[in-house]
Design a protein around this ligand. Structure first.
Ligand code: SAM
Ligand code: SF4
Length: 328
């Protein structure tokens, strides 16, 4: 079986691809109110280019693909991209991260095309607050989307929540309670100083430990092993059908088990979310580079993957590219 390892013996088998930098929401922590200047359509990788990169990456040992953005569901003809990737030899798993607004109409077609699972980002269970955080989103539309994804068999649905102090941290318990009702994975993600950095400050940040302490006040948490758990640490309440995950990019470095490369919407390979080092695949593709050159660049990205990041020690984050461009 093919396998590619980096200098630190990590097996790199996962690629996260941002297929679009645009979004139909403007979450307060992710984008400035006026949005970000969108890339020119011509600057964004075409489907055929993405498919070619995935084919070559799969030949090296990449097995799992996650599509993200921006909002991936606003890119046209997405089932075509999914089925093309699903048909690539060596690709075992395709998933997607979405705000869920377009899931209701698309879930069945995406599942049929070969999508396995979805992660839905949801930061409030109160309609008014959801509208405020997302600057205009309708909670019920997302809930309908989640129901459609369940019906389409995109299990388990993972709900990603970013607790922000003074904004939605009083809902941590309500989100945890969702795991008592059904088999969802509710995952709390530490608020990171990336995206709309004007909005970020240390006071708004809660560590995973603090979030977990609050959940544990409700009832004891039992550690559980979850297949394909990625960087999350999982627990459940006794007898609950769902599980609760904690993703701690800042406090609990998961760098030592990081298995991923990122491909930005404008065709740059990014070995680490928190490093500005990028390898320009798009220029190579568009200047007629043969497969072996694309393979060389993919290998280079794996080779220069840093041991770990030091984001929590940095003083300024303004230099970081927006999350919607990199692909969250
Ligand atoms: N639009 C899709 C969505 O919202 O799921 C995909 C892209 S979005 C950038 C991916 C994830 O990044 C979302 O779950 C969002 O909550 C998360 N994210 C964005 N900015 C973040 C930040 N500053 N800290 C933590 N998570 C962030
Ligand atoms: Fe859009 Fe996702 Fe960013 Fe919200 S978090 S603005 S939905 S890209």
């Amino acid at each position: 079986m093919k396998e590619i390892r980096d200098r630190y013996e990590r097996v790199i088998d996962y690629m996260r691809i941002s297929i679009i930098d645009r979004c139909n929401l403007r979450c307060i922590y992710c984008m400035p109110e006026g949005g970000i200047k969108p890339l020119d359509h011509s600057a964004i990788l075409r489907y055929e280019e993405i498919i070619r990169i995935v084919r070559i990456a799969a030949e090296l040992g990449v097995k799992k693909i996650r599509l993200t953005g921006g909002e991936p569901l606003i890119r046209r003809n997405l089932p075509y991209l999914i089925s093309s990737i699903a048909n690539i030899c060596g690709i075992e798993d395709i998933s997607l991260t979405t705000n869920g607004l377009r899931l209701k109409n698309l879930a069945a077609a995406l599942a049929e095309a070969g999508l396995k699972r979805v992660n839905v980002s949801l930061d409030s269970l109160h309609p008014d607050r959801y509208r405020e955080i997302t600057r205009g989103g309708e909670l019920q539309v997302v809930m309908d989307g989640i129901a459609a994804a369940e019906q389409a068999g995109l299990h388990p649905i993972k709900i990603n929540m970013v607790p922000i102090r003074g904004v939605n941290d009083d809902e941590i318990e309500d989100f945890a309670k969702l795991t008592l009702k059904g088999p969802a994975h509710v995952r709390f993600i530490e608020f990171m100083p990336i995206g709309n950095t004007e909005f970020w400050n240390e006071g708004k940040y809660l560590s995973s430990e603090e979030i977990k302490d609050r959940v544990e006040l409700m009832a004891p948490l039992i550690p559980v092993k979850v297949r394909r758990n990625g960087p999350a640490r999982y627990f459940r309440f006794d007898g609950a059908p769902g599980v609760i995950g904690f993703i701690s990019p800042l406090t609990h470095h998961f760098c030592s088990s990081c298995n991923r490369l990122r491909l930005t919407s404008d065709g740059k390979l990014r070995p680490c979310l928190f490093s500005e080092t990028e390898i320009d695949l798009k220029s190579a593709l568009r200047s007629g580079a043969p497969d072996r050159e694309i393979e060389r660049l993919l290998r280079l990205a794996v080779e220069i993957k840093p041991d770990s990041h030091a984001i929590s020690q940095e003083k300024s984050f303004r230099h970081l590219k927006p999350m919607s461009k990199i692909g969250g």
